[in-house]
Ligand binder design. Structure first.
Ligand code: ARG
Length: 573
């Protein structure tokens, strides 16, 4: 189903070609409703290119722009913008069409990609903390949106389950472990023994040496150390799984770093053989002398002691994703501190001849009220588990105040959806690169651009249908629904509903789910304005049916849009 934007862009292209003008500029939703529904800057762009008068060019274009079947006559505004106003019948017809379309007008990508999305990827023997929210929630939303757009998505959790930290963990396990504590709270105990070992090692060179030996033994396949390693990995994975369950996050594969262990020496041999890597001061390095920003920053892929590292693993990971998983696109949703690392890895992949599209998708930090990295009062990272529990508890309190008559099972369900939804939405509604301050008050507010506000808009619509006793099965619309758009609020709402299909694909241009979030917020605002101005159940036919259809469509777009962000909606709240 062609969107209005695509339709108008097509008609504009035809007009340009009829006027012997090259394609230029774009059609965008109008910035202000007074300028109509869409506008184009074509004449302005062309005027610059051709050195002509923009308004005269605009005139020339609209003389050939045939939009009479969908718009009022185009208007020239300002320096040479062309404003386009859809006719109410055009919008009404599209709205009715959307009601019959399960995809709400969103077309599938014309060139579907096979995309590996590396997101979340926590480290073993460390608790998941607030810092993991961004990669996990952002990666999940991008995966949902990419799948909906028809791409083949492989969600991969690149768990940090190998590395030098295991020297500490194994030493701690053998010398400091408190079994009952491990049974009570495995991760806390693992963290404790890791930290204590770290402190001892800092103070005592004998401990340092012992830690190093444990690591060497593990790498050499010592059975005891291997089984300790395995146990810590399993304990951590259980903990991660619990968080993923609460967050409703799924992975297709979880290839941790250890998965690549037996591929690492071949990677290094190959890079040496192809002269991509060279030996420097006993280590195997890749230099990037031709890339100015990396010229001083070689990647080490085998340390002078013979050990492999994080970079070696990531080179092997590239092979696996491209050759075994057959990906043509790889999205790495990993924080900004790893920008240099991935520049190196991607540069190596290019030298090896890989042409896949690699994107490192970075994001800012979550800050506490003091504008510093969010920590607990004692200065620790805030454990994700505690944070999610608190979200649900706080939501529960709010729900209880608002609607004490709900049953216990409803309260549990709603608190879960509202609390977790609030945390996710607060993250996704920000531009990913900015740091944000974590604020319970703001994310759980029923006012403003928040999950509870959007969920509440959905719930309000569902309650209209309960009152109307009209069965409004989601995804099963009245085939014959007809929209009559008389009031400006009706037209405005219907226009917005038609824009869902335009907004969703743009999220992937620069990996910005906040574009979708903002759209949903504006949609909910349009809905509330409509609801204030236009009685639904008390109106006469044909307005009543039309308004019910607008309600239904709004509910579906909210439901689908929030689902694409990984957020569930309750039926009541
Ligand atoms: N485990 C890493 C960390 O916590 C993130 C891994 C990202 N993915 C990758 N392929 N290196 O920093």
């Amino acid at each position: 189903m062609e969107t209005f934007q695509a339709l108008l862009a097509r008609k504009l292209a035809e007009a340009l070609s009829a006027a012997d003008l090259p394609p230029a500029g774009s059609v965008t939703p109008a910035t202000d409703p007074r300028f109509g529904d869409y506008q184009t800057n074509t004449a302005l762009v062309l005027a610059k290119q051709l050195g002509e008068n923009p308004r005269a060019l605009a005139q020339k274009i609209i003389e050939r722009l045939d939009v009479s079947d969908c718009c009022d006559p185009p208007q020239i505004a300002g320096a040479g913008f062309i404003n386009l106003t859809l006719r109410p019948e055009t919008i009404a017809a599209k709205g009715a069409e959307l009601l019959r379309d399960e995809r709400l007008g969103v077309e599938k990508a014309t060139e579907p990609k096979r995309i590996v999305i590396d997101f979340g990827s926590p480290n073993v023997a460390k608790p998941m903390h607030v810092g993991h929210i961004r990669s996990t929630v952002l990666g999940d939303a991008l995966a949902r949106i990419a799948s909906f757009l028809g791409h083949e998505v492989i969600r991969d959790n690149h768990i940090g389950d190998w590395g030098t930290q295991f020297g500490m963990v194994i030493y701690g396990w053998k010398n400091l472990l408190d079994r009952p504590a491990l049974e009570r709270d495995p991760i806390a105990e693992l963290v404790r023994i890791y930290k204590e070992t770290n402190e001892k090692a800092a103070a005592d060179s004998k401990v340092r040496e012992a830690v190093r030996e444990e690591l060497v033994k593990l790498q050499a396949g010592d059975p005891e150390n291997f089984s300790i390693w395995k146990e810590t990995v399993d304990l951590s994975m259980k903990e991660f799984e619990r968080a993923y369950q609460v967050l409703d996050i799924h992975y297709d594969i979880q290839r941790g770093e250890s998965f690549y262990n037996d591929r690492l020496s071949a990677v290094v041999e190959r890079l040496l053989k192809s002269k991509i890597a060279e030996i420097s001061e006993g280590a195997v390095c890749v230099f990037f002398r031709d890339i100015p920003e990396l010229a001083e920053k070689p990647a080490i892929i085998r340390k002078s002691d013979g050990g492999f590292n994080y970079a070696t693993t990531d080179v092997a990971t590239v092979d696996y994703r491209i050759q075994d998983l057959k990906a043509d696109t790889v999205w790495l949703v990993v924080g900004a501190p790893q920008i240099l690392h991935f520049k190196q890895i991607i540069a190596i992949a290019r030298r090896e001849g890989y042409t896949a599209d690699f994107r490192h998708i970075t994001f800012g930090s979550i800050l506490g009220e003091d504008r510093k990295l969010m920590k607990t009062r004692s200065g620790e990272n805030v454990p994700l588990r505690d944070l999610l529990d608190e979200a649900v508890q706080r939501a529960r309190k709010i729900i209880e105040e608002k609607n004490p008559d709900l049953s216990e099972s409803e309260k549990i369900d709603i608190a879960q959806k509202v609390g977790i939804g609030a945390v996710k939405y607060y993250d996704l509604s920000q531009y990913r690169m900015t740091d944000y301050i974590f604020s319970w008050e703001r994310m759980l507010s029923f006012q403003g651009n928040t999950a509870p506000y959007l969920q509440n808009a959905y719930v309000r619509i569902r309650s209209i249908f309960r009152k109307a006793a009209v069965a409004a099965p989601l995804w099963g619309a009245p085939e014959d629904a007809k929209l009559v758009l008389a009031a400006p609020e009706e037209e405005n709402l219907a226009t917005r509903l038609c824009q869902f299909a335009e907004v969703v694909p743009t999220v992937l241009n620069d990996f910005r789910p906040n574009i979708l979030a903002n759209y949903l917020f504006e949609l909910a605002n349009s809905f509330h304005a409509f609801y204030e101005a236009c009685p639904v159940l008390k109106s006469e036919e044909p307005a009543r049916s039309s308004r019910l259809a607008l309600c239904e469509l709004t509910a579906r777009v909210l439901h689908r849009g929030l689902d694409l962000l990984g957020i569930a909606v309750p039926e009541k709240m």
